[in-house]
Every structure is written in C-alpha cells, then in structure tokens.
Design a binder for this molecule. Structure first.
Ligand SMILES: [Zn+2]
Length: 105
C-alpha cells in the first residue's frame, strides 16, 4: 500500500477516536506523504544569507518544503465548509496537473 494512504488511515483512526471522546482537533499534514510530521518555519535564509520573510512548511518525513498548508480535522463541518473543501480539492487537482505537465517537458 502507498505509505501516504497508510498515514491517512492512521490519522483517520486517531481523529475518529478523539471525536468519540468529544475532542476536536486540527492536524497539519504533508501534501506529499500525508505525514503529520510537518514543521512551520517563519523565515529562512536565502542563498546569499539574506533573511527572507517567507514562511514555509517542512515535512520531516519526506523532506517536502512548501507554502501549502493542509489541515486534517475531525471537526463536524457544515455545508459551507464542504463547499470550501470542494474548492481546495479543485486547487489541488489543478496543481497536480500543472506539475505533471512540467515534468513531461
Ligand atoms: Zn511528507
């Protein structure tokens, strides 16, 4: 099985267990491997040693670095949130398509 699917399944179980206890949380996950092992860095040094004010996320699991933030949550969501999630899913699909295209060049 794809390791990212395993991560999602594990997280899903944890979130479900917490929801049953009435605890609702949000976990930041890596868009590549879906590991929750993502850290946030408020700034980084660029190649010439300047401090740029670009926040970024870094996955300690697969080394992914980026600005996308994905949260996994067990909070009950309403219709409005579902619409927002729809939009997010679409954004991701577009991104993935773009990535595929640039790789095919
Ligand atoms: Zn990762």
């Amino acid at each position: 099985m794809d390791p990212s699917e395993l991560n999602i399944k594990k997280l899903d179980k944890i979130l479900n267990d917490l929801a049953e206890e009435g605890k609702y949380v949000e976990i930041r996950i890596c868009p590549r491997c879906k590991s929750p092992n993502v850290t946030w860095t408020p700034f980084q040094l660029d190649v010439i040693g300047h401090c740029s004010q670009v926040a970024k996320y870094e996955c300690k699991n697969c080394g992914w670095v980026g600005k996308l933030e994905i949260l996994m949550t067990n909070k009950p969501i309403g219709e409005k949130e579902e619409e927002i999630l729809e939009d997010i899913h679409k954004m991701f699909e577009e991104d993935m398509l773009k990535e595929k295209k640039s790789k095919n060049k």
